[in-house]
Design a protein around this ligand. Structure first.
Ligand SMILES: Cc1cc2nc3c(=O)[nH]c(=O)nc-3n(C[C@H](O)[C@H](O)[C@H](O)COP(=O)(O)OP(=O)(O)OC[C@H]3O[C@@H](n4cnc5c(N)ncnc54)[C@H](O)[C@@H]3O)c2cc1C
Length: 468
């Protein structure tokens, strides 16, 4: 017998014969404590998360996912679903329950003529971009190549192509998904449209996606990228300039500004290490020469401390930040809020807040919204926050476990201090640790909350798949 925690957080014995039957029927493998690979399979990107599942089903096929879901459902087991394991809140793993691990499901098929790609849920953005860029195509993803396509797409998806082509979830044509009853179905505009609606921004609470089908667009292979570190002592004036710049920027420009300290890495001149900076980052999804001209104002507004702007392959842009976000080494707690506008008062507050950050690795990310993503109606998909001017990513990053409390407290303080400027919403992919429970979900789903819950009740009435 193995004691496994249920969806109601009670311990329940499950017979060894049933566990052995599950293992025998898998194309992949079943791991438990003490077995080779168990520790690496339970480790996730955030070094703060150290959980010990009772069982990990490492799936190799959609049929494995069906087998694992049926097993979990039959025993009402506490369940977590893992794509690439990047979720900052560590939702990919749990203590004493079952983990359905999709990280080895990595097939990608590109149809260059139809400009579509089908990808399995273990694929990350670096892998998908490389496959699609072989044909000069791409779909909007995130800004770090190691992040999983699965969690990022289902939560919305903010990246370098968002103003031109929308969120990742806006480019989702269809999914194959295993629902709580173990069925493998297709959800698209024509089939199960209510489920398809919920999956675009509503997260992983409705079933387990085994194939994502994306719309692709011509991108690159080279794009012009602004990557310009200005003196953080001038952040207020620079952010006022930035507000005016984004107000008239064409859709080709997707940009975010970052209040940060210059990393102490070999890629940056030693004399600037640790210095407060306002970084302007932008990608121009179009002609390289047009991009250089269009992004020049971000570089000319002041004499930069460091200017690494250049034309580069789109796949290289996707890796620019990879080294600063190592897997497993650091501790991370990320929250978010949406701003109605980048007002003078909001700018002053942001600049004051970064000065109080306990860790030099911490950043405040100021993502400009607008463009294609804002032309989708708030109720057209589960992602409601189409009219926000700005998404603020509060990235608390640090190394020493002794500093956990002070860094998490600062991040909570930031979102409270920004409340007067906020739409009241927050982004599902930067949710803290879902500290505020149900209130977090209400902020995430906004005007779509009731409809999201209705789809949940229809497809997963027993709440097998956690919402947070
Ligand atoms: C370094 C870093 C950079 C990031 N950059 C960006 C960014 O640029 N833009 C952005 O929008 N977000 C970004 N994020 C946030 C990211 O979108 C989320 O952390 C997302 O959950 C990661 O997806 P994953 O598949 O790796 O997650 P996992 O931790 O594997 O899974 C997270 C959750 O997603 C759900 N899920 C995963 N796979 C499936 C599936 N196949 N079917 C159903 N549900 C599933 C489950 O609920 C699961 O618990 C970043 C995160 C990190 C750590």
């Amino acid at each position: 017998m193995l004691e496994i925690t249920t969806t109601h957080m009670q311990s329940q014995p499950v017979g060894e014969a049933e566990i052995a039957a599950l293992a025998a029927g898998l194309d992949g493998d079943l791991l438990r404590a003490g077995e080779a690979d168990y520790d690496s399979a339970r480790a996730v990107w955030n070094g703060m998360i150290d959980r010990h599942p009772a069982l990990i089903v490492r799936c190799r096929s959609a049929q494995d996912v069906q087998r694992a879901v049926r097993f979990a459902s039959a025993h009402s087991l506490r369940l977590s679903v893992r794509g690439s394991g990047h979720n900052v809140a560590g939702t990919a793993v749990n203590d004493d329950g079952l983990v359905i691990d999709l990280s080895q499901m990595k097939q990608i098929q590109v149809d260059a003529q139809a400009r579509t790609a089908r990808a399995q849920p273990g694929v990350n953005w670096g892998e998908l971009d490389r496959a699609t860029q072989a044909y000069g195509l791409a779909t909007p993803g995130g800004v770090v190549s190691d992040t999983g396509i699965a969690g990022l797409t289902l939560g919305g998806g903010l990246g370098w192509l968002r103003n031109k082509y929308g969120l990742s979830c806006d480019n989702l044509i269809s999914v194959e998904i295993v629902t709580a009853d173990g069925q493998l179905i297709t959800a698209s505009a024509d089939e199960h449209p209510d489920l398809y609606w919920a999956l675009r921004g509503g997260g992983g609470a409705f079933g387990i996606v085994t194939t994502f089908e994306y719309q692709l667009h011509p991108v690159g292979p080279d794009v012009f990228v602004a990557f310009c570190f200005h003196d953080g002592n001038n952040a207020r004036e620079l952010l006022r300039f930035y507000r005016d710049f984004i107000a008239t920027a064409p859709d080709e420009i997707s940009t975010f500004a970052v209040l940060a300290h210059i990393p102490a890495s070999e890629h940056f001149p030693a004399e600037h290490h640790g210095q407060l900076t306002l970084l302007f980052q932008a990608c121009y999804a179009g002609d390289v020469a047009d991009g250089e001209r269009a992004l020049q104002p971000l570089r000319d507004v002041a004499t930069p401390l460091i200017d690494m702007s250049s034309a580069m392959p789109f796949v290289e842009l996707q890796t620019l930040w990879d080294e600063e976000y190592p897997r497993g080494d650091l501790r991370y707690y990320w929250r978010s809020t949406y701003l109605k506008a980048l007002s003078d008062e909001a700018i002053n507050r942001l600049v004051a807040l970064i000065a109080e950050a306990p860790s030099p690795l911490t950043t405040l990310d100021i993502w400009a919204m607008g463009g294609a993503l804002s032309r989708v109606a708030p109720d057209a998909t589960a992602f409601a926050h189409r009219d926000a001017a700005i998404t603020i990513g509060v990235e608390s990053n640090w190394a020493d476990p002794a500093d956990d409390e002070v860094n998490m407290t600062w991040a909570r303080h930031v979102t409270q201090a920004l409340e007067p400027f906020s739409t009241g919403g927050q982004y599902l992919n930067f949710p803290g640790f879902f500290d505020e429970g149900e209130a977090t979900l209400r902020q995430v789903y906004g005007v779509n909350y009731d409809r999201v819950m209705a789809v949940k009740a229809q497809y997963d009435p027993q709440h097998l798949f956690p919402m947070k």
